[in-house]
Write a protein that binds this ligand. Sequence first.
Ligand code: PGA
Length: 120
Amino acid sequence: MRIALVAHDRKKDELSAFAKRHALLLAKHALSATGNTGTAITKATGLPVHRYLSGPLGGDQQIGSAIATGELDMLIFLRDPLTAHPHEPDVTALLRLSDVVGIPIATNLATAEALMALLK
Ligand code: PGA
């Protein structure tokens, strides 16, 4: 599967720990991420991650484009629901496109864990 991973700043540690826990499983899949999230995941796991631009600079839109054109199969996006982000419209658009195309998305750790069960 082609899996995109994104985490807002306050969720990056959570996503890095998640990726580390599931590194053996994730290693069998093609991973991509927004810029800083990708750097954090590679640092935590050593796994190769295709890095798009940083989210606020257009990375969320790039991932949205990849979803729209059928190039991604799953999105794990740990959003920070307690902090305002200047690129909120991009975040919303990305989630909307996931629903248009119908790929599984997780926006919190509990659902992300559930999605890992699909990969086994
Ligand atoms: P980042 O972007 O991984 O480059 O920090 C995430 C986001 O805010 O969408």
